[in-house]
Design a protein around this ligand. Structure first.
Ligand SMILES: Cc1cc2nc3c(=O)[nH]c(=O)nc-3n(C[C@H](O)[C@H](O)[C@H](O)COP(=O)(O)OP(=O)(O)OC[C@H]3O[C@@H](n4cnc5c(N)ncnc54)[C@H](O)[C@@H]3O)c2cc1C
Length: 321
């Protein structure tokens, strides 16, 4: 083992970074002020799908890497990752997203579209049961010698004092007060988890413009129904009216969901920023690697950004050129 590294944050970004470092032989301590199961990451739907996140060059590179890792890991039992097929559909003609070629998306024939939709694309991608996946990352971290400790840092200075030569900052929306970084804004997201009435394919309304979110992400025994995106709202209590509207929008396109028993309401705060902060800062003798602001795409970017962050850490420790 080499000199220890502290990673602040046990969401999908911090845990993935911790796993990469621990598996490279670094002594890693992930410090978080909440259990992984209580983070925004645990509230996510979640699919491989870059949303509300910039800059484009990083997003494309990191999404590509993550797609490969998640696809390969879907064969491993207990990860919570499943490769599923499904469609994104639009009520108006639109361009295919930049990532369509990464998943070999093909245009839908008109008889494949739900009523009211005029175009769509079909592809296969990872659908991830986040609470299960975060637990898997935690086990993988520990198997490689890393550990998670619960503690709230009042700010970066306290974390620097508590760390060795390198500190990694994966605090998500917490970066707003932890750094502090006034550019961080929460975009509140709510979803409803229901029992799965036999749905196997994912579906998402991708109509451009200011339309309410609607998506259906089936896991094995549950289906996640989404969603909302409320900029600047930091409240994490589920809203009953929003939940009813989410279910209604999803039942409209998938009548099998009517009457499905609700298992859970989830709310999370997407950590948005004009651009992801992926940057090295020097505080005295400590190198701080910042890695936060992944908006609505933290899972989608996690392995790409985790590996590149780990690379910067290994360089700072003198273990890589
Ligand atoms: C409803 C919803 C649906 C989503 N769907 C998807 C999807 O389908 N696909 C996708 O890719 N993304 C999705 N996202 C976005 C995704 O959840 C986020 O991008 C991702 O969770 C960000 O991960 P993170 O690790 O940076 O932050 P978080 O998960 O918020 O973790 C931050 C960590 O930092 C810790 N922390 C913060 N401040 C401090 C402090 N001062 N001291 C100690 N610890 C601290 C927290 O305790 C936590 O452990 C969705 C989000 C929401 C809300």
């Amino acid at each position: 083992m080499t000199e220890g590294v502290v990673v602040v944050g046990a969401g999908v970004v911090g845990l993935t970074t911790g796993v990469v470092l621990a598996e490279a032989g670094v002594d890693v301590r992930v410090v978080s002020d909440r259990e992984p199961g209580a983070t925004t990451s645990a509230a996510a739907g979640a699919m491989w799908d870059p949303y509300l996140v910039r800059p484009a060059a990083l997003v494309e590179r990191w999404s590509r890497t993550t797609l490969a890792v998640l696809s390969e890991s879907s064969a491993v039992p207990g990860t919570g990752i499943r490769l599923a097929e499904g469609t994104h559909e639009s009520r108006t003609p639109c361009e295919l997203p930049f990532w369509a070629p990464l998943v070999d998306a093909r245009l839908c024939a008109s008889d494949e579209l739900r009523p009211g939709f005029v175009m769509g694309w079909r592809y296969r991608a990872p659908v991830v049961d986040m609470p299960r996946y975060l637990a898997y990352l935690g086990r993988r971290l520990e198997a490689a010698g890393g550990r998670i400790t619960l503690h709230h840092y009042d700010g970066l200075d306290e974390a620097v004092r508590d760390s060795g030569r390198v500190l990694v900052n994966c605090t998500g929306t917490g970066a707003g007060s932890f750094v502090p970084d006034p550019l961080v804004e929460a975009v509140r997201g709510q979803l409803v988890v229901v029992e799965n009435p036999g749905i196997d394919e994912f579906w998402c309304d991708d109509t451009p413009g200011d339309v309410p979110l609607a998506y259906i992400y089936p896991h094995t025994d549950t289906v996640v129904l989404g969603g909302t995106a409320e900029p600047g709202v930091w409240d994490t209590d589920p809203d009953e009216d929003a939940a009813r509207a989410i279910v209604r929008r999803c039942v409209d396109v998938e009548p099998r969901l009517a009457g499905a028993r609700v298992r859970e309401h989830r709310v999370g705060l997407r950590p948005t920023r004009p651009e992801i902060r992926f940057e090295v800062e020097h505080r005295g003798d400590t190198t701080v690697v910042h890695n936060y602001g992944h908006g609505g795409g933290g899972l989608t970017l996690s392995w790409g950004c985790g590996r590149e962050t780990a690379h910067l850490v290994l360089r700072a420790l003198g273990l890589m050129p």
